[in-house]
Design a protein around this ligand. Sequence first.
Ligand code: WQD
Length: 350
Amino acid sequence: MRILGRGRIKTVLVTGGAGYIGSHICVELLDAGLEVLVIDNLSNSSQEALNRVEKITGKTVLFYQINLQDKARVKTVFETHTIDAVIHLAGLKSVGDSCRLPLEYYQNNISSTLVLLEMLEQFSVRNIVFSSSATVYGDPATVPVTEQFPLRATNPYGRTKLMIEEILRDVANASHIKVVLLRYFNPIGAHESGLIGEAPNGTPNNLLPYISQVAMGQRDKVLIFGGDYPTIDGTGVRDYIHVVDLAKGHTKALQEIVGNGSKGESCQVYNLGTGHGHSVIEVIKAFEQACGHKIIYEIVDRRSGDVAECYANPALANEKLNWRAEKELSEMVMDAWHWQTQNPKGYKID
Ligand code: WQD
């Protein structure tokens, strides 16, 4: 799949490109023959991830350790390179933390986006893909969820995603900038090489890295937040998508922008999910198959802000982006386990 074919996207800036999802996107972009720049402040990521990206692809990533709110330094990147497209992932992303520190989330996530958009306008960068989230749907009345569902974030983190979507929509309507909003469901797993993967700082908020650390014996048991939801087994149901499938959705989004040229809509939105839901217990059982031993868990009270069920209707992305999630849950947890066993301490080097 060539994006270069039309010669209009050669260099892509990935903000947050040293992170879990960002590093997997960098691999796909480099494999597609694109030049990749990364801006990341390393607040929740490691430069080692980019070293691994270079090892996987045999290509170079140009990395700038910059806080996106630092306009002067961000500007030097746009002055130094001709950037054809931006994939914007940089931002704080913990639901729980956002409830405790709302102002930090609004300041960081919104201000950094405004700095970035000012640069796009100043340097005539015409294309941006934004890392949004299914969390903008809040607690959907029914599932699966389509892009036309009501948007009602239920926490500051989700509200920053929603606000940024609206800012981008307004900018797209007022300028020549083309925007693609990608609403991620629950990315898990790791690149088949086991060289890059999810390496959260401190206690994982998300299910998969927590299960992984229990499977490694680094934690005692998985606490399942709620066993009384109206779901198949009472535990929360989510749309888990392999992070590599998610990453491939981004190169498809860039291809769609280029393919449509000036005639496409200025702002498109797509769900990136598998279209299937799995419960917490189903994920734990799948992980036991991957690691070959039991995983202890205890069902405890619900976590505030959680919803019972949320999974995608990905038909629009399937059709318009010619993209489909290919990997099953068993492959996701196998790749997650492979990464974890190869990197017990994530990217921390002893
Ligand atoms: C999944 C399921 C929990 C941990 C959030 C954000 C989303 C994205 C992914 C950033 C739920 C249960 C979890 C645990 C558990 N964030 N769980 N014990 O909440 O669906 O989505 O993270 O990009 O935007 O909203 O993901 O992995 O935290 O939870 O029982 O220790 O696992 O209740 O049902 P979530 P999650």
